[in-house]
Design a protein around this ligand. Structure first.
Ligand code: GLU
Length: 464
């Protein structure tokens, strides 16, 4: 059997981390088994669906690298097909028109609630005849027996058909409802594994009954537990970023987020870091936790730093380039980005931090960080900077090593500790008291900018 999975978001907001994790699990499962991964946009709720959300979801999928083999399919393009299936169910006696008014249904519900019964449709029109007037279409749920779901994550779930009422599959305006469209799509698209959030568990027996009525083969189901915030409540905006693209904006690498998401509710021994290839090789739906997992921003940040430090610098540089652009800096007006990555990666846990900490490579700064200047720009720094300027000017091979030698020689000839030389130099070229090794920084910054900035610092101190 060739495996076919799908991700079926409703475009009513951005791509959130919970959805992304479901998408990742579906993607991994398809990749692992040489199957196909389908993207389906469930946009039948015309009031809540927006094009902006569709775009945001597609953008999120692209950024994460979860490429789909088929789709995106839009449910709004498939209304004719849903109508056809609704008619088929009516024709074969598995669906019927229901004429009950809203008032009638409300009264029924109130009565059932008063009797402490579960509110459900009483099947009044199930055996009725076709009449005129406003009507919906209901699926004729079997009255006897039970539905057995061998969920790949949750294990066996058994639901008695008596628990289920006759679900509306077409509204009075003829539009299909969620459970019908999902069933038709999963059937038509040959989906073999439905991997989705466990908020859909209650829909599953109903969907199975409709699939059976249509003579379709049943997919296997894997309901993935939800993600909680640190306080145990369902993860939401008040816990911090929940949108995938916000993680991009905050300086995370997509691989780090994917690695974090795969570990959220799934494990392989105590291994924390997984390359995409390893994820594909090792991922097993059966190993997904039955209980909900808690989102831990600290751990994600740690993972991000691991990825920044250990990924190919050229790859990190491509993402860093975007962040520099966000700061209004032009990556082409400075050192080769992968060199920046190499000297900054130990100290920067996010790409936003790295971009911020690399500003001085790409633009002149207006002033010096006050504290650093107060400490390092005293009059006695002038001869130090002057000597550095002279010696640097004489360096022909503008590399970290000869520059390092100059710093050492200067300290020695002026009989100063290294810090008394390196710190004024650092503040002069970076504007602040923290940077990667100063010889490497000057080497990357380039001869002209370094010399100009030392001269500018001397002028500043002398003008004080
Ligand atoms: N569109 C549904 C949602 O966004 C998912 C339906 C499904 O996966 O079956 O929650």
């Amino acid at each position: 059997m060739s495996i076919r999975t799908r991700f079926a978001p409703s475009p009513t907001g951005y791509l959130h981390v919970g959805g992304a994790r479901t998408a990742l699990f579906s993607w991994l499962y398809a990749r692992k088994h040489g199957g196909k991964f389908i993207l389906r946009i469930e946009d039948t709720d015309l009031e809540r669906s927006t094009q902006a959300s569709v775009d945001a979801i597609l953008e999120g999928m692209t950024w994460l690298g979860l490429e789909y083999d088929e789709g995106p399919f839009y449910q709004t393009h498939r209304f004719d097909r849903y109508k056809e299936v609704i008619q088929q169910l009516l024709d074969q006696g598995d669906a019927y028109y229901c004429y009950c008014s809203r008032e009638e249904l409300d009264a029924l519900r109130e009565q059932q609630m008063a009797n402490k019964e579960k509110p459900r449709y009483n099947g009044k029109c199930r055996h009725g005849v076709v009449q005129d007037g406003e009507r919906v279409v209901r699926f004729k749920n079997p009255e006897q027996g039970e539905v057995v779901i061998d969920d790949l994550v949750k294990g066996r779930i058994v639901v008695a058909n008596q628990e289920l009422d006759d679900l509306i599959i077409a509204r009075s305006d003829g539009t299909p409802t969620y459970n019908l469209t999902v069933v038709v799509d999963d059937m038509d698209m040959g989906v073999t594994h439905v991997i989705r959030g466990d908020d859909h568990v209650n829909n599953t027996p109903r969907q199975i009954n409709i699939l059976k009525a249509l003579g379709a083969s049943l997919p296997l189901y894997a309901h993935v537990p939800m993600i909680l915030g640190s306080d145990g409540a369902r993860l939401s905006k008040r816990h911090g970023a929940v949108s995938v693209m916000q993680y991009r904006n905050e300086g995370y690498l997509p691989e780090a987020l994917l690695n974090y998401l795969v570990r959220l509710g799934w494990s392989h021994g105590d291994q924390e870091l997984f390359s995409l290839d390893e994820m594909v090789e090792l991922f097993q739906l059966e190993k997904v936790n039955v209980s909900a997992s808690t989102f831990n921003t600290e751990k994600l940040l740690w993972l991000n730093h691991q990825y920044i430090m250990h990924s190919d610098p050229a790859h990190v540089a491509r993402h860093l380039s975007w962040h520099l652009g966000e700061l209004g800096l032009d990556p082409s007006q400075g050192p080769v980005l992968s060199e920046i990555v190499k000297i900054q990666r130990e100290r920067c846990k996010t790409l936003v931090e790295m971009a911020e900490a690399s500003r001085y490579f790409y633009e002149e700064f207006d002033g010096y960080e006050e504290k650093a200047a107060a400490k390092n720009f005293k009059v006695e720094a002038v001869p130090v900077l002057q000597q550095l300027l002279t010696a640097f000017s004489a360096v022909t091979d503008w590399q970290a090593e000869p520059l390092h030698q100059v710093v050492l020689d200067t300290a020695e000839s002026l009989q100063l500790g290294l810090g008394k030389v390196a710190q004024p130099l650092r503040v002069a070229v970076c504007g602040c008291g923290v940077s990667p090794a100063i010889d490497q920084t000057c080497a990357l910054l380039g001869r002209e900018k370094t010399l100009n900035r030392i001269q500018r610092a001397i002028n500043t101190i002398q003008g004080q």
